[in-house]
Design a protein around this ligand. Structure first.
Ligand SMILES: Nc1nc2c(ncn2[C@@H]2O[C@H](COP(=O)(O)OP(=O)(O)OP(=O)(O)O)[C@@H](O)[C@H]2O)c(=O)[nH]1
Ligand SMILES: [Mg+2]
Length: 277
C-alpha cells in the first residue's frame, strides 16, 4: 500500500515536471515571437516588402522547377547482371530487331527515341531516354550517374540461367533498392524476367519468390554489417517480417519478356506508365 502511494507521488512529480517543461517551452517561444514582431516593426517598410517578395518568388520558382522536372523525366534505366539481355532489349525497343550477336557491353548504350512500336502512331509522342548500363561489376558504378534522373528502372534477370545467378542478382537488386536516389524519389522498378522464349525459362512468380528469399537473407547480413558502416542509409522492408517486394516504398513489379523474339509489350507498358506519351 505504501509502495503504491510512493509510486503515485513519483508519477505526479513526473507529470508536474513535464508540465513545467512545456510551460517553459511556450514562454521561450512567446519571447522569441515577441522579439521577431518588434524586429519586423523596426524594419523599413520597403525593405520588408522586398524581402517578402524575394522569399515568395524563390519559393515559387523552386516549386515550379520541381513540378516541371518531375513531369519531364523520361529516363528509363536498364540494369541487371551481365548476359541478362539488356542490350538486345535496348535494340528491340529502339529498332524492333535484336541486332543478333551482341557482346558484353563495355560502355553504356544511350538513346533518345520514340519506341519502335509507336512509330506508326499518329499525334505527338514523347520520346524516351533509354540507358543500358553494362552488368560487369566494374562498370556498375555508372548507374549512379543515371539513377537520379530515372523515371523508372528495368532490372533484367536471365530467366533461363537464373538459379546459379540468383544470389548475385539479389545482391545487385538490393543495392539498387537501397540507393538514396531510388528510395527518396520512389523510382518504380520493373523486375524483367527475360528469355522466356525458351521452355526451360523459370516463371516470373518463381523468380520473384527466390529473389525475395535471397534479399531476406541479405537483409540480415547487411544490417549487421551496416551498423558499423554509416554509408548504408536505407534498409529494406519491415524489420520483423519476412521480406516481400510489396514492403518497398517504391513500386516493384515483375514481368516477363523475350528481347530476342520481340515480346516486349510488358516492358513498353511499364515505360509508358512512367513516361507519359
Ligand atoms: N533465348 C534468348 N536469348 C537472349 C535473349 N536476350 C538476350 N539473349 C542472349 O543473351 C546474351 C546476352 O545478351 P546481351 O543483350 O548482350 O546481355 P547484356 O545484359 O547486355 O549483357 P552485358 O552487356 O554484359 O551487361 C546474348 O547471347 C543474347 O543472344 C532472349 O530474349 N532469349
Ligand atoms: Mg550489354
Amino acid at each position: 500500500m505504501v509502495g503504491h502511494e510512493e509510486r503515485l507521488k513519483e508519477k505526479s512529480k513526473g507529470l508536474k515536471s513535464k508540465f513545467e517543461k512545456k510551460l517553459l517551452f511556450f514562454e521561450i517561444m512567446e519571447k522569441w515571437i515577441h522579439h521577431f514582431e518588434r524586429w519586423i516593426h523596426e524594419q523599413p517598410k520597403e525593405q520588408l516588402y522586398t524581402t517578402i517578395l524575394v522569399v515568395v518568388t524563390t519559393f515559387l520558382i523552386v516549386v515550379i522547377y520541381r513540378i516541371l522536372n518531375r513531369s519531364q523525366r523520361n529516363t528509363i534505366v536498364l540494369s541487371g547482371l551481365s548476359g541478362g539481355g539488356k542490350t538486345i532489349l535496348f535494340y528491340q525497343l529502339r529498332d524492333g530487331t535484336p541486332h543478333q550477336g551482341t557482346v558484353t557491353s563495355m560502355e553504356p548504350n544511350i538513346g533518345t527515341f520514340v519506341l519502335h512500336s509507336e512509330l506508326e502512331k499518329k499525334g505527338k509522342i514523347k520520346p524516351i531516354h533509354l540507358v543500358d548500363v553494362p552488368g560487369h561489376s566494374r562498370l556498375r558504378p555508372m548507374l549512379d550517374d543515371f539513377l537520379p534522373k530515372a523515371a523508372g528502372i528495368i532490372f533484367v534477370v536471365d530467366a533461363l540461367d537464373f538459379l546459379p545467378n540468383c544470389r548475385a542478382a539479389a545482391e545487385y537488386l538490393y543495392d539498387i533498392l537501397t540507393k538514396s536516389s531510388v528510395v527518396r524519389k520512389k523510382v518504380p522498378v520493373l523486375i524483367l524476367c527475360n528469355k522466356t522464349d525458351k521452355v526451360t525459362a523459370h516463371s516470373k512468380e518463381f523468380i520473384r519468390k527466390q529473389l525475395e528469399k535471397e534479399i531476406d537473407k541479405l537483409r540480415t547480413s547487411r544490417t549487421a554489417v551496416s551498423s558499423a558502416d554509416v554509408t548504408n542509409e536505407y534498409t529494406l522492408g519491415v524489420p520483423s517480417e519476412v521480406f516481400t517486394f510489396s514492403q518497398c516504398h517504391n513500386k516493384v513489379v515483375v514481368a516477363d519478356a523475350s528481347g530476342l523474339t520481340g515480346e516486349v509489350s510488358q516492358v513498353e507498358q511499364f515505360i509508358r506508365e512512367h513516361v507519359k506519351p
